[in-house]
Design a protein around this ligand. Structure first.
Ligand code: PLP
Length: 413
């Protein structure tokens, strides 16, 4: 596969300069101005091509310019934005039914929203209300407790920040009270943290931002059983893992479990719109009455049209199989690279992390080198390179990727 080596001109430097001059610098992007995408490739303003290993943090699972998603998106240009609080809409009615039909939640109900963090916020609200109304926690007398996981990532608003164990967020506090954090994959720690006031456990089935950390087989089932036995709701954050990223439609499907609620986002919008949802059991959903919650844009007809296209693409194009097969291929390829920098290669489906040794340069250093070899791959938690290309990646493209990764990890950089 021939891809010309990237070249950069004053055009790019000027865009970077203008952006840095006027923006809040809450990110540290690569100095590349991406203007287009095609399949698994990002195309910048200079015409350079980069194999995308980010997929917009798993929002672009089906690649750039997917014809069925593009066609649906084009249809949305003429659709009105409708407040769900005032009107019904046929497309929206279908999206409820179709999403409920594929979620492994018993007797599911759907609330559409706009971002992953918003879905998590609603999960927190549902859990607390359920605690007061169903578990018997006395309002004003006790605090409903929520258990989250050390090193989780659930977003940037106050609910997710309150669930987080990240020390860097400390000075955004104070946070929500009643949150306990336990290590991932430690069922005894979870058991010990549960009290009569615990309303919910919130966890990612695979830790995404923490670097594709997969729990031992049976962990999610044990969490399910423990939650059921303790009368605690199990909420699973599939914002990043959902819609085939880990090689199954949802990551919880690996263990065949049925949570009480799921948070969805990112790929639900096909990589073209910001669509999210919280899906919960009817017994929990029914505790919310008209006026208790809402969102101006959540559940707009445009979101519904694109989300329905996503459901079709996922099933018609066997996206879960693709992610599983190519995930295995790339994981094995990465594991066969003999590099003193690599501590561990892990992951599930196409959510893969390469953890580097403490003595090695930071992951960003290797990301910088990969960029010059036409591969866009970012670091997470400083020591992990995240490999999460669109699920449509071909074998030839995977070989291109493996070849470049081997080069940067085995040369004396
Ligand atoms: N939950 C998980 C597991 C995520 O990975 C993310 C984002 O990376 C979020 C929630 C937050 O989603 P958003 O950025 O759409 O608010």
């Amino acid at each position: 596969m021939q891809v010309p080596t990237p070249k950069f001109s004053a055009k790019t430097f000027e865009i970077v300069r203008r952006t840095k001059r006027w923006s809040v610098e809450n990110y540290h992007p690569y100095p590349v101005s991406v203007e287009d995408g095609e399949g698994v490739w990002l195309i910048d303003i200079e015409g350079n091509r980069f194999l995308d290993c980010l997929s917009c943090y798993s929002a672009v699972n089906f690649g750039y310019g997917h014809p069925k998603i593009m066609a649906a998106h084009a249809r949305t240009a003429r659709l009105p934005v409708l407040p769900r609080g005032a009107f019904y809409n046929s497309e929206v009615s279908w999206v409820y039914e179709e999403l409920a039909g594929i979620c492994p939640i018993p007797n599911p109900r759907v609330m559409p929203l706009n971002s992953g963090a918003e879905a998590v916020e609603r999960g927190i609200k549902f859990g607390r209300r359920w605690g007061y109304r169903k578990k018997g926690i006395k309002l004003g007398k006790a605090i409903p407790e929520i258990i989250s996981i050390v090193n989780n990532f659930h977003g940037r608003t106050y609910g997710p920040l309150s669930l987080s164990s990240d020390e860097d967020y400390k000075e955004f506090g104070p946070f929500l009270p009643g949150i306990k954090k336990v290590p991932f994959g430690n069922i005894n720690a979870l058991k010990a943290a549960i009290t009569p006031h615990t309303v919910s456990v919130i966890l990612e089935p695979v830790l995404g931002e923490a670097g594709a950390i997969v729990p031992y087989e049976g962990y999610l089932r044990e969490v399910r059983e423990l939650c059921t036995a303790s009368n605690v709701l199990m909420f699973v954050d599939e914002v990043q893992t959902g819609f085939c990223r880990t090689g199954d439609l949802f990551a919880v499907n690996y263990e065949g479990i049925r949570p009480d609620g799921m948070f969805l986002g990112k790929a639900l919008g096909g990589g073209v719109l910001k669509v999210s949802a919280v899906v919960v059991r009817a017994e929990v959903a029914d505790l919310i009455k008209p006026g208790d919650d809402g969102s101006t844009f959540g559940g707009s007809p445009a979101d519904a049209v694109v989300a329905r296209a996503v459901f079709r693409v996922v099933s018609e194009e066997r996206m879960a199989d693709k992610a599983r097969e190519m995930g295995k291929y790339i994981l094995n390829g990465l594991r066969s690279i003999n590099s003193s920098h690599v501590k561990e290669v892990r992951g599930r489906g196409l959510l893969i992390g390469i953890e580097l040794n403490r003595s090695s340069p930071p992951a960003r250093h290797f990301g910088d080198k990969l960029l010059l070899l036409n591969v866009a791959m970012k670091d997470t938690h400083k020591r992990v390179l995240r490999v999460a290309p669109p699920l449509i990646i071909s074998k030839e493209e995977a070989d291109f990727l493996l070849d470049r990764v081997e080069h940067v990890l085995t040369k004396a950089y």
